[in-house]
Design a protein around this ligand. Sequence first.
Ligand code: SF4
Length: 444
Amino acid sequence: MLAAMCSAPVRSFAQDTKPIRDRGDACPGALRLHEADDGALARVRVPGGILSVPQAEALAAAARRFGDGDLHLTSRGNVQLRALEAGCGGELAGLLGAAGLLPSHLHERVRNVVASPLAGLDGRGHGDVRPWLRTLDGMLCGSESAHALSGRFLFALDDGRGDMTDLGADVTLTAGGEGTAWLRAGPGHAPAVQVPSSAAPLAALLTAEAFLQTPAARAGQAWRIGELPDGIDELTDTVLRRLDGSGVAATTSPEPPGPRTSGPPPPGAVHGPHGDAALSVLAPMGRIEAAQWDTLVSVAARTGHRELRLTPWRGLVLPGVPADAAAEHLRVLASAGLITDPASHLSGVGSCIGRPGCAKSLADVRSDAAALTGPGRLPVHWSGCERRCGHPRGDRVEVVAVPEGYRVSVDLDGRTRSATTTGRAAVAAHVAAARTSSPEDRTP
Ligand code: SF4
């Protein structure tokens, strides 16, 4: 068996490039199912990742009745149901609709909204972003044009702590405190537009609608704001004019007021300022088995909020737990097999479905990820092919199956370093080194 590691130059395919759109948007939804190799797949959008207990129960019922019984979390805080039986679409839609998970059939694939999962819970940030979430979701579903957005177009609502910054959203709203908010279009560091907080959802919707009217979007050549061939200056000018026309005072600034950097909530108890706690757990490899979901819902049903918040890091936050009950609830969740300890070697590890669920996969990446990933600082995502479905953004390690073995890439501070490794022991060692690497290191 080969155990060689060949250094390779940085490869452009491991970086985020502007794709050329030459076919329609095939992004799956809850009504437009995708035919995968393990059966049909439904992606249920969950704006802000927020589920009530009855909605969580409905998702579990759908997974059990029509699919493999498991809930598969995505990197946008949505839920996928897999291995669905043929012809279940109508009944599935009825079940999800009855739970309030399909408020507009026309807009179901464009309700892609992520939000700071600890907003309003831990005393950080500038308060709860759920009012923005409710307003923006209602506006999206009421818009006559927004249904034409790609199923990949993403809104991010940041409570000011900066945890949504690296998610590559098309439209990011950041709470600025004192009744202000910042809107940023595109995934880069373009100038931000300051608006009154109360007008932030309108500003986000106007940005999306203005994007749809750009020549590249109208021609089907750009699905994301970052794909606009001439940048976003014109788009920003249009948004400013439309805000002015709506009576909203808006100004631009090169930088919003220093967002506090913050990453995913670590697994465990997050204590709030008022004597209660939120429980943060991660789904092993992004997949929650039916019994684990039942346990989560049962704990959530005994909290003050009776809600579950899915995170873009394939985890969940259960808010409203009395502080003195947090440890016992965490013990129950850990016993069910959920990750409650930041030191777990699977903390921060994700994977696409790989073999046998996807015929494009060159390997059983889920099994390899579970067996070959050790603990480390950086998140890791394993992919069965170059499409890298569901890969995260920001600083990370990516492990991609290639004909020779695995290519291990480290993305740190916007720079990518890659090398290909063959042989299981060598891959494990390579990934371990990559997870603990720093920007100064010369190899992954
Ligand atoms: S990354 Fe490739 S192998 Fe994995 S799910 Fe996507 S298409 Fe399939």
